[in-house]
Write a protein that binds this ligand. Structure first.
Ligand code: MRU
Length: 340
């Protein structure tokens, strides 16, 4: 699968995911404000991809302000960081990425021009790191997959949700590379249909067998024995729970009720173990995403209110294991390994 985002000639190039699967169109930005908007309106989405986009947005801002005196440069960069941080509240990678770039800016008391070069370099390093981390998650996670397994996934935690290769889809790609026959069932994932539009698109693109189901079908398919494992991604892992696309909690409950292993693929950039559930803001998006399918076909009568929570909370008691780039961990092992 082609990279979802790249830094090319001081421009940010990304796939416009709102047009998939109908059109593969690239957007190119030189203004960090446009990158922030692309995150907000979900031209690019998925926690790791949002993180890298945020870092590249900061890099564009350093180019815009590098000729300013140092104090002015820092002031303008703070404004840019604030605009990027305010795009979406739940995915921890967004804040992790902005903080990482700030560390670079603060640790080099140098001329803005040189700082800009360093920040650009760091953003590019973060993009390559994302791919390397996903490949490691793939290798670690393929061990839980047996030849012939049918894996159910929710939302899109694939190549399109990262720079490349994906998180939840990485063990599937790695297992197939190891010669195992693996097929995928993708929840359509209302209301923005990331499963139907994006997971199906990228797996089909890579000739990996995939079927799409309505979100409400996953429980029955589990009960009928048509699912061997579940692997999902995550937007934030706190000390007491996993945040992911709305509907993940229901999939986890059904998996538990049917004794089906439920795994979460989580790059360490998504771990936020010093937080608990109460510290996290769950994004609520425009109700029109619910009342109008893909913003077009109205399915809810006028004047009827719709609620549109973008993410939900899955308690660790429903999680069989967390797959990171370092291995597979139970809840207790994860806290022991990573909680500072
Ligand atoms: O609203 P989205 O499309 O950004 O939500 C994405 C998800 O919930 C993914 O599962 C998560 O970000 C992990 S992506 C590797």
């Amino acid at each position: 699968m082609i990279p979802s985002i790249e830094w090319i000639d001081n421009k940010v190039k990304m796939i416009d995911q709102t047009l998939l699967p109908h059109e593969l169109k690239f957007l190119e930005f030189i203004d960090y404000r446009d990158v922030a908007k692309a995150i907000k309106v979900m031209n690019i989405r998925g926690a790791p991809a949002i993180g890298v986009a945020a870092a590249m947005g900061m890099a564009l801002a350093t180019i815009e302000y590098k000729d300013l005196p140092k104090e002015r440069f820092l002031k303008e960069m703070e404004k840019a960081a604030d605009i990027i941080r305010k795009t979406r509240p739940t995915a921890s990678n967004l804040f992790w990425a902005v903080d990482r770039i700030w560390k670079i800016i603060n640790s080099f008391p140098d001329e803005p021009k040189n700082i800009s070069d360093l920040v650009i370099e760091e953003a590019k390093i973060m993009a390559q790191e994302d791919i390397n981390v996903n490949k490691s998650i793939g290798k670690n996670g393929s061990a839980i997959l047996d030849d012939g397994d049918v894996v159910l996934t929710h939302c899109n935690a694939g190549s399109l949700a990262t720079v490349q290769y994906g998180t939840a889809l990485a063990p599937i790609r790695a297992a197939i590379e190891e010669g195992k026959n693996i097929s995928v069932i993708a929840d359509e994932t209302r209301p923005r249909l990331q499963g139907a539009r994006l997971t199906a698109y990228e797996l089909h693109y890579d000739q990996i067998p995939v079927k799409v189901i309505t979100d409400t079908s996953s429980g029955l398919l589990m009960r009928l024995g048509k699912v061997n494992k579940v692997i999902v991604g995550t937007d934030r892992v706190t000390s007491d729970a996993v945040f992911n696309k709305i509907g993940t909690y229901l999939v986890a409950l059904a998996a538990k009720d049917n004794n089906i292993p439920f795994y979460v693929a989580a790059p360490t950039s998504t771990l936020s173990l010093n937080e608990t559930v109460d510290d996290v803001t769950i994004e609520q998006r425009d109700s029109k995403e619910v009342s109008h399918v893909l913003g077009q076909v109205q399915i809810v009568p006028d004047d009827v209110e719709c609620l549109n929570f973008a993410f939900d909370i899955t308690p660790f008691r429903l999680v069989s294991g967390i797959i990171t780039e370092d291995g597979i961990f139970t809840h207790a092992e994860l806290l022991k390994k990573y909680k500072k």
